[in-house]
Design a protein around this ligand. Sequence first.
Ligand code: MRU
Ligand code: ZN
Length: 204
Amino acid sequence: MTQPLHLEALVETCRWIGHKGWAPATGGNMSVREDARWCWLSESGRDKGSLTRDDFLQVEIATNTAPSGRRPSAETGLHTLIYRLFPEANAVLHVHTVNATVLSRIETSPLLRLQGYEMQKSLAGQQSHLDTVDIPLFDNDQDIAALAERIAQYAETTPLRYGFLLRGHGLTCWGRDVSEARRHLEGLEFLFECELRLRQLERK
Ligand SMILES: CSC[C@@H](O)[C@@H](O)C(=O)COP(=O)(O)O
Ligand SMILES: [Zn+2]
C-alpha cells in the first residue's frame, strides 16, 4: 500500500488549517483521492493541525472501509460521496471555522447566496463579482449516512460546486487538487467572514 505523493501537500495544508484555527479541538477532517477506488482520510479524533502522513488511512470509496482496521474520520461518508459524485475532485477539506458555523445558523434558508464580491473569483470558473455563487446549506445530522444521502439527492437536481455548509457545524469543500481545495477553502472562508460582518452591520 503506497501512499500517494500528494499526501505531503495535504499534510502541509492541514498544518496551515491548524495555524488558522480552523480545526479546533480535533474538529475537521481532510482527504486526498488515490484513484477511482481509493482515497486517504485523516484518522478520527486526531488534532488535524498536527497530522503526519501516518495519520492518514486508505479508505475504499465505494464502501467506506479502511483495510488497516484503524478508524477513519466519522465523516468519511461525506468525503467518499464527493469522490463518487465528482470524478474530477481529488482533495476534500472539512473545517470548523467560526464564520462558517455562525453564518450557517444565521442563514435559515437552504442556500447561502454570495454576490458582489471580487473574491468570488477565487472559486474555479468564476469570472465576475456580478455573478451569483450559491453555497448549499444542509441541516446537520449525526447520522452521516443519512446526511450523505440527503446531499446526494440534492446533487441529483442542483449543481453542487466548490463546497457546502452544514448548519452549526462547518464547511466541506473540494478541488481538482490539494492547492485548488485550499484556495476554495480560503476564498469561501473570506467570503463568509465578509457576509457575516455585512449582516451584522446591516442589523444596526
Ligand atoms: C470536535 S467533534 C467534531 C466531530 O464530531 C466532527 O464533526 C469532525 O469534524 C471531526 O471528526 P473526526 O472523526 O475526527 O474526523
Ligand atoms: Zn465536522
